[in-house]
Design a protein around this ligand. Sequence first.
Ligand SMILES: Nc1nc2c(c(=O)[nH]1)N(C=O)[C@@H](CNc1ccc(C(=O)N[C@@H](CCC(=O)O)C(=O)O)cc1)CN2
Ligand SMILES: Nc1nc2c(ncn2[C@@H]2O[C@H](COP(=O)(O)OP(=O)(O)OP(=O)(O)O)[C@@H](O)[C@H]2O)c(=O)[nH]1
Length: 455
Amino acid sequence: MPLPPLGDTIAAIATAPGVGAVGIVRLSGPESYAVAERLFAPRSGAPVAALPPGRVVYGRIVDAATDETVDEALLLTFRAPHSYTGEDVLELQTHGGPAVLRRVLDLCTAHGARLAGPGEFTLRAFLSGRLDLVQAEAVLDLVNAQSDSARRNAALGLSKALTEQLGLIQDDITRVYGDIQAVFDYPDEGVPEAAFQAPLERALGRVRGLLSTARAGRVAQRGARLALIGRPNAGKSSLLNALLGYRRSIVSSTPGTTRDYLEAPVDILGVPVTAVDTAGIRDTGDAVEASGVEAAKEIAEHADLGLLLLDSSTPLAPDDRALVGELSPARLLVVASKSDLPPAWDPCAAQRELGVGPVLRVSAATGEGLGALKEAIRERLVGDAGGSALWLTNERHIAALEAVREHLERAKAAPDDLAALDLEDALKTLGELTGRGEVAEETLAHIFANFCVGK
Ligand SMILES: Nc1nc2c(c(=O)[nH]1)N(C=O)[C@@H](CNc1ccc(C(=O)N[C@@H](CCC(=O)O)C(=O)O)cc1)CN2
Ligand SMILES: Nc1nc2c(ncn2[C@@H]2O[C@H](COP(=O)(O)OP(=O)(O)OP(=O)(O)O)[C@@H](O)[C@H]2O)c(=O)[nH]1
């Protein structure tokens, strides 16, 4: 997969396909102004090439071959290097129908522009040094963000937060590497060993810190699975409906109504979650129900978090105690359901007796405790990383930082001459990660192939 050529002038529709109020065709490259000259007539009569940068000018899109006015439009001007790509950039803002945009794009190619491939504008922004690779990938994540937490994290990446962290790590490694080289070159100067250790530890601490956010990052980006579990009639379907804010699963007072399981996407305070309503877990002779029970156990095992519902209006049963034993406490959140009814047991006592975390009192009927439950779910899924901190979400970044961590751990344990080799490898990996070092063309092509055309 070769990279597209540089230096020519590219054009693409920058707005989403379909009907919109306004649509944008973007041009980038040395011929942008020349191309626009042939298809855009500013009302002022001024030549396009003479327009100062940073202006919006009103005019007409004209097909020079037929003298037809294709649309009225606004032209937005940028001059290299002060543009998104770092090249001469022009944007034609037209009416937002697919036929209009197609025609304007056709005029651009008729007058010398080439159709841009996926991500080509952002690739040029990277190659001109305006964005590093981590930022370019954040652009992709930002465009694809489906939840507010994913959006915020991508925005942080684009704002250089990750780039800066990586820079600090790189600086420390570079310093240690330099010191080790100095020892080789001037063995008599006697640089104390301890001088290496502090920056090395600091770099390693930063790498580990970043890697520890990867789980929260994955959840923010791809979402988490939340399994609702509990005995029949514990109120699972009702709670799912309450979390969703609309009726999705069947609620009934006959135990065992939910035989299979239902999945529903639900936004938990900005975290995308797939809630899975399982069959009531209990020993049963009914074959259909038994398979549902097996499925429920399986789901609970594979979910990121299990929400165990214990009906607070009826005494705890042996089944409830058995369920707690089946599930790992780290991935379990216990709810005393139907808190609007007179309680048959005390949540605090149950917490001690069952050896679980705080038992949350929730009523699907009145909504009591729902807010606190959502907070607790979010806290368990993304933890402290739920604040303004940056999360690693990109598999390429995670893999690279894991490699850096290994190199640093080895360097720490190795004698100087071997440590130097590992530090070299760590720096090389960081360079690939930010794209400021050597990056394989294939890696670049692969990253940008995932972009949409026009970005
Ligand atoms: N219409 C439009 N909206 C857009 C974009 C765009 O390209 N076009 N963007 C992207 O797709 C994003 C904005 N990103 C941009 C980043 C840099 C520059 C730019 O021209 N920077 C120059 C000048 C800055 C200035 O005037 O101070 C520079 O940094 O030198 C433009 C857009 C989001 N909105
Ligand atoms: N008062 C009150 N009743 C509730 C509440 N939540 C559920 N119920 C009732 O409890 C019964 C069982 O609720 P479901 O939500 O169907 O329980 P389930 O755990 O999904 O049951 P299965 O499908 O059998 O596993 C229904 O009659 C609900 O109306 C609640 O918060 N308060």
